[in-house]
Design a protein around this ligand. Structure first.
Ligand code: C2E
Ligand code: CA
Ligand code: CA
Length: 600
């Protein structure tokens, strides 16, 4: 309406002189219209400006236009109109005096950034009408609506659609879009995807709270940003998952350098609400080109490499290799097979004797799990137990082992005990003591005849809860042994935390006992601890008579290893005991015949 009125008004003003030559009645009418138009122009709350296309200057502006631009009317009429334009708008700045209109369509509108007098940017939606004189464009009349607020809101929404709200990094959608572009330009511009995964983030989130977790993610984002080169894309995919798209020519060197830089920076402590926390990270890398043409493929490969990085001890980076994919596939297959193995009765338990060096008798057997895979044959527990831990199948499998071991031991002579390995994951099952009690009850086995072997990793996380669980187990009357002693990080700290009944020295110390003075002093030190804390010490992995002599000389209580026997099928336990009692009682240099009889 305003536009129409303005157009009429303008046209009339422009034709003023010719109109003056017309009849008096007409002149009265014109003056009246002109007057009304002036009134609308001056009193309107909408910003309006009026420009001369020949001088390219504004000739009239109203109050709202002054308010919108921050300049006075005088300033606006004196200054070149271009000064109001933002350089970001390019051609838009000249459009006012040369609007792209065709004959018969003398009005057009656009959105434009105005640079206000105070330097701030204001967005205007302007409608420009061309006023013709004798058919030729002569004046422009602009109505400008302030749309700064809605423009900002829209920008914010656009920003939210592209960026992660917490860290301000690009989100996954944008990352994937850029990756898609990168894949198209891989020849000229090689790219690498680095998948970064934090270690122990969940624990920090759980113990310090989500606000601290968020603050940590923000700091991590800053460290990542400062590690990359200009042009690289850093993105948060959600949670503690970050990805980087690196553009660099010399691969794999440059992505390896970047990964090292990131790992170094992320390993430095973070300050969170007065607390110092450390997080590690693992990084998987896939390079464009090679087999990784497609964006999805690249992400998948970086993910597989990340998995391999985590598996090889964390705090490291790995580049994708085809074998990784095969290994992962094999592992996934193993997981699936493992899920049905218990129900399909593919597990067996073998028993490896442990000999007391006090009276050279068999004191106990360690239950060792065996998996007879229907197609792959025997699979080592060292291979499948970590998988069962990952899938938590170990909880059901472990309970089955305890039950079977108790049932077997119930048929042995009463002085012979049984040892069962309990994995750290089984401690996640708070009903473990109940399961153990049920197994003992079912077999009617004296709890003192059951030893549970745990490794110190049980005391690495959730320490208090796991210690409580250990005490509950002990309260049943079973014995607790610390397995693989010396192979972990800070074994001495752990024997202070719980009153173990027994320590098993890791076989890595026994294997080079005779040659290495270092191992000998460690074994000697462990013996000393055992004596002073009144703990029994078992040497694992005794393979030679020389090793047996050495541990005997050091005062070790028990020996276990291939020299005595490898693990036996349940039905071979009784014959072994008989043969051992008959043949080896006098001479614990285990008769070769016995070791052979034990088989593999
Ligand atoms: P571990 O608890 O340290 O068990 C002893 C391992 O050392 C057994 O390997 C045994 O066969 C092997 N071994 C015994 N004597 C010798 C020796 O003289 N020389 C050498 N080189 N090795 C010897 P295995 O049966 O392959 O078990 C490997 C690991 O798998 C076990 O280590 C244990 O951590 C785990 N495992 C086995 N059965 C179970 C189970 O039922 N539950 C859980 N959670 N873990 C189990
Ligand atoms: Ca063990
Ligand atoms: Ca062991």
């Amino acid at each position: 309406m305003l536009v129409a009125l303005a157009a009429t008004g303008c046209a009339l003003m422009a034709r003023r002189r010719s109109a003056a030559r017309n009849a008096k009645a007409d002149e009265v009418f014109l003056n009246e219209t002109e007057h009304r138009f002036k009134e609308v122009f001056d009193l309107s709350c909408v910003a309006m400006a009026w420009g001369d296309m020949r001088t390219r200057r504004l000739v009239r502006v109203n109050g709202p236009y002054c308010a919108f631009t921050g300049y006075s009317e005088r300033e606006l009429l004196d200054m070149p109109h271009e000064e109001l334009s933002s350089s970001e708008d390019g051609v838009a700045q000249t459009v006012l005096f040369a609007p792209p209109v065709k004959r018969g369509e003398d009005s057009f509108s656009d959105e434009k950034r105005y640079v206000r007098k105070d330097g701030a940017i204001a967005w205007g939606h302007r409608t420009i009408t061309v006023i013709r004189e004798n058919g030729e464009p002569r004046y422009v009349f602009a109505i400008v609506e302030d749309i700064t607020e809605s423009k900002r809101a829209r920008e914010q929404i656009d920003h939210m659609a592209q960026y992660d709200a917490l860290t301000g990094l690009f989100n996954r959608a944008i990352f994937q879009m850029r990756l898609m572009q990168a894949a198209g330009e891989a020849k000229e511009k090689p790219a690498a995807v680095l998948y970064v995964d934090l270690d122990h983030f969940k624990e920090i989130n759980d113990t310090l709270g989500h606000a601290a977790g968020d603050a940590l993610l923000v700091q991590i984002a800053a460290r990542l940003r400062s590690s990359v080169s200009p042009g690289d894309i850093v993105s948060r995919f959600g949670g503690d998952e970050f990805a980087i798209l690196q553009f660099a020519r010399s691969q794999p060197e440059e992505s390896a350098d970047l990964a090292d830089r990131i790992l170094r920076r992320l390993s430095k402590p973070f300050e969170l609400e007065g607390q110092t926390v450390t997080v590690g990270a693992s990084i998987g890398i896939a390079l464009s080109g090679e087999a990784c043409g497609q964006p999805d493929e690249m992400l998948k490969k970086a993910d597989i490499a990340l998995y391999a990085a985590k598996a090889s001890g964390r705090g490291v980076h790995r580049h994708f290799e085809c074998e990784m994919e095969e290994r992962l596939r094999a592992r996934q297959q193993l997981k699936a097979d493992l899920r049905v193995a218990l129900a399909q009765k593919q597990f067996e338990i073998e028993f490896q004797p442990i000999v007391s060096l006090r009276d050279d008798s068999v004191s106990s057997f360690e239950a060792l799990l065996r998996w007879r895979h229907p197609t792959k044959g025997r699979i080592s527990p060292a291979e499948f137990i970590p998988v069962a831990e990952e899938t938590r199948d170990i909880i059901a499998i472990g309970a089955w082992v305890v039950e079977q071991a108790c049932l077997a031991a119930a048929s042995w002579p009463p002085h012979v005990t049984v040892a069962v390995n309990i994995s750290p994951r089984q401690f996640g099952d708070r009903t473990l003591p109940l399961r153990v009690a049920a197994a003992l009850g079912k077999a009617a086995l004296n709890p003192a005849r059951l030893t549970l072997e745990i490794t110190e990793s049980v005391l690495l996380h959730d320490t208090q809860a796991n210690l409580a669980l250990l005490r509950d187990l002990r309260a049943l009357g079973v014995r607790i042994a610390l397995d693989d002693f010396g192979s972990g990080y800070s074994s001495l700290a752990y024997i202070r935390q719980f009153d173990f009944d027994k320590i098993k020295i890791d076989r890595s110390f026994i294997s080079d006992l005779v040659e290495s003075p270092h191992s000998l002093s460690i074994v000697r030190a462990v013996m000393g601890i055992g004596r002073s804390l009144n703990l029994a010490i078992t040497a694992e992995g005794v393979e030679t008579a020389l090793q047996l002599d050495a541990i005997r000389a050091e005062g070790c209580d028990e020996a276990q290893g291939f020299l005595i026997s490898s693990s036996l099928a349940a039905r071979d336990v009784a014959p072994f005991l008989n043969r051992f009692a008959a043949g080896a009682a006098a001479e614990i240099r285990i008769p070769p015949a016995l070791a052979e009889a034990a088989g593999g």
